[in-house]
Design a protein around this ligand. Structure first.
Ligand code: ACO
Length: 438
């Protein structure tokens, strides 16, 4: 008779163990054994017990989560059960942020209160500006974001009280609110422009655009098409379950450091070119290729392992990333306002050739979210090294939802992986003069 368990025979000892299997919402949404159950499998009483060895967490569930579901084989992404396509079409970023953090869509009253509280936490302490001022004019914006986020922690010492729900609520308002202000400050600093104060009349993305681009006009009025496009991009980037930066946020937060420092850790992880930094690399790659006729040679270089096709491939998606599909359509609307980015033609051709090539087909390499987003950002006027900030700002809501879920999960503890030690077992110390070394 079928039971929800695994029978393991240890051939070293001949002993048999029965280990229960636990499931997600449906068995197909994730089935796992508890790695701790393996510890009973020992060759002797003083044996530590069996562990799972899984570099890069290729097949390890680090948590139970009810926030985001990805079916990578079928190209499905849902936040709290809602398909990403419906949210991108019908919702707005702050509503999605509410959904991620609270688990349900807000009522009208809840929505208004949420928007009001985030809007009224967009201002930063004047002293924070000195941190941004201290950076060199060409400092990478993500380095500035990591540092200013961590600096914010010192302005809110009570944020350490992570187990208090009211306190978490306040820090969540602050972090989502101030993410756009910090992001805009790094941009203005790089350009040598004075910082712009938030304008509470505007939407979240409208306010962000105001703080980025307001010049001498009395009132900044965002272009509604670009404001909406940025909002949709923010929805698409809001969460993506246990990716590298979310894992960093959870891991740092698991020691109960405050959410500013944990978000600085998440931001540092996002910075890397294999994660959020890929959108920046896509543009650099397209410019390096230079023209459509050079694409076949570039594809050959990728196949010869001389280059990576940036913006392609994903640890989870083995199908078209649904976010890339939405962004591709969004590009058309943005280009009607900004004019077409000539790099789009190159990207489309690169995608066409790659998707027909056996190397990519066999490895199930498809465009990911970063493949087209940079082309839109560039058309909107963002410098290339700023793109990852546009990923980081909306990911803040996902990080906070995941952080809160972790803090309130009674099964979670400080994150502390094990290792399989492969070094020297034991040896005696030699004084330096006796070491037989050049
Ligand atoms: N170009 C060329 N080959 C690739 C690419 C790529 N972009 N991505 C994967 N491959 C190849 C690998 O060389 C490997 O081939 P092999 O089996 O013959 O050795 C195979 O495809 C599997 O790839 P892995 O690197 O094992 O996959 P992994 O899950 O570890 O990596 C990653 C995923 C990091 C995203 C990878 O696809 C990559 O480097 N892509 C380019 C960077 C990028 O776009 N990152 C953004 C990801 S989305 C995000 O973070 C928002």
């Amino acid at each position: 008779m079928a039971t929800d368990s695994l029978t393991i025979t240890d051939n070293r000892t001949g002993k048999t163990y029965e280990i229960p299997i636990l499931y997600g919402t449906f068995p197909t949404y994730g089935a796992a054994i508890r790695s701790a159950d393996l510890r009973q499998i020992k060759v002797s009483d003083d044996d530590f017990g069996l562990m799972g060895y899984d570099p890069a967490f290729m097949n390890t569930a680090s948590c139970k989560s009810a926030i985001t579901h990805i079916d990578g084989e079928r190209g499905i992404l849902r936040y709290r059960g809602y398909p990403i396509e419906q949210l991108a079409e019908q919702s707005n970023y702050l509503e999605v942020a509410y959904l991620l953090i609270h688990g349900e869509l807000p009522s009208k009253a809840q929505h208004d209160e949420w928007v009001h509280n985030i809007t009224h936490h967009t201002m930063v302490h004047e002293n924070l500006k000195k941190f941004t001022d201290g950076f060199h004019y060409d400092a990478h914006p993500m380095g500035m974001m990591v540092s200013t986020l961590a600096a914010l922690s010192t302005f809110y010492p009570a944020s350490k009280r992570v187990t208090e729900a009211d306190n978490r609520k306040l820090e969540i308002y602050r972090l989502i609110g101030k993410a756009i202000t910090l992001g805009a400050m790094t941009y203005r600093h790089t350009k040598g422009l004075p910082y712009v104060s938030p304008d509470n009349d505007l939407s979240y993305t409208g306010n962000f655009m105001n703080m980025l681009w307001k010049m001498a006009e009395v009132k900044y009025r965002p272009n509604p098409i670009l404001e909406k496009a940025l909002d949709v991009l923010f929805i698409l980037h809001a969460d993506h379950e246990q990716n590298c930066s979310t894992n960093a946020m959870r891991s740092v937060g698991s020691s109960q450091s405050d959410p500013y420092c944990a978000a600085a850790g998440g931001t540092a992880a996002l910075y890397g070119p294999l994660h959020g930094g890929a959108n920046e690399q896509v543009l650099r790659m397209l410019r390096t290729i230079g023209s459509k006729d050079k694409i076949p040679q570039f594809i050959q270089d990728v196949k010869d392992r001389k280059a990576l096709l940036m913006g392609f491939g994903h640890r989870v998606y083995k199908n078209y990333d649904p976010r890339a599909r939405i962004i591709k359509r969004l590009a058309e609307q943005v280009f009607e306002v900004t004019g077409k980015n000539p790099l789009l033609e190159m990207a489309l051709e690169l995608e066409r050739i790659a998707l027909e090539d056996e190397f990519f087909v066999k490895r199930k390499l498809y465009p990911n979210v970063d493949f087209y987003s940079g082309i839109i950002y560039e058309a909107m006027g963002f410098p290339t090294d700023y793109f990852t900030v546009l990923f980081m700002i909306p990911r803040m809501s996902g990080w906070l939802a995941q952080w809160q879920e972790m803090i309130t999960d009674t099964e979670q503890k400080i994150a502390r992986p094990r290792q399989v030690y492969t070094g020297v077992a034991i040896r005696d110390f030699e004084p330096i003069e006796k070491r037989n070394k050049k």
